[in-house]
Design a protein around this ligand. Structure first.
Ligand code: PNS
Length: 175
């Protein structure tokens, strides 16, 4: 039986923390579906298509690096309930990265609600490498917006994309 896991998120932008979770998750499942949400409630820095391309490019970059894991990795957009997406993909687990105590309450509630929606699909929490623990997309954007250095938190190509976007937003703000 093929074990499928769904790793959902906004990936706005994809960080080294996300990539570490993807590598770890690839060892747990035969097929990993990275679900990129449209997330209408947030106003993302990158469009859905940009985020899909970004995640696909970064995943292509690590496929050989998922040492020994013969995992198929797909990057798919979703605009529905996470549980409906996981069911559609035939997933038996939903993977979430857990960083700190601050994440726990939200994740606990979401896992609990998802369990009520479908008790056959388990939420599994993974911890990224300790050095990558504090990384959050929101803070990467904030640091970049204030001209700080983000190269320790994202890959060079993502850093370039974020800097280019910040420059464009800056020019828009300045009129
Ligand atoms: O990267 P994020 O913002 O932490 O990802 C959040 C995500 C995509 C997992 C969450 O917003 C989500 O599941 N959205 C789909 C809507 C949904 O299923 N909401 C109810 C969850 S109980």
């Amino acid at each position: 039986m093929v074990r499928t896991g769904v790793y959902p998120g906004s990936f706005d932008p994809v960080t080294l923390g996300h990539m570490d979770i993807i590598r770890r998750a690839a060892h747990l499942v035969d097929r990993l579906v990275i679900g990129v949400t449209t997330n209408a409630s947030k106003s993302p820095m990158f469009t859905l298509d940009e985020r899909l391309d970004m995640v696909r490019r970064e995943v292509d970059g690590i496929v050989d690096g998922v040492d020994g894991a013969a995992t198929e990795i797909h990057v798919v957009a979703f605009d529905s309930l996470l549980m409906h997406f996981a069911e559609r993909e035939g997933a038996s687990i939903i993977i979430r990265g857990l960083r700190a105590v601050a994440d726990f309450e939200y994740e606990y509630q979401m896992a609990g609600m998802n369990q009520q929606l479908n008790d056959d699909i388990e939420t599994v929490f993974l911890m990224a490498d300790v050095a990558l623990q504090p990384i959050a997309s929101r803070l990467v954007k904030e640091i970049a917006l204030y001209g700080g250095e983000i190269s320790r938190f994202v890959t060079p190509s993502v850093a370039d994309q974020v800097r280019a976007r910040v420059e464009r937003i800056g020019r828009t703000v300045e009129g």
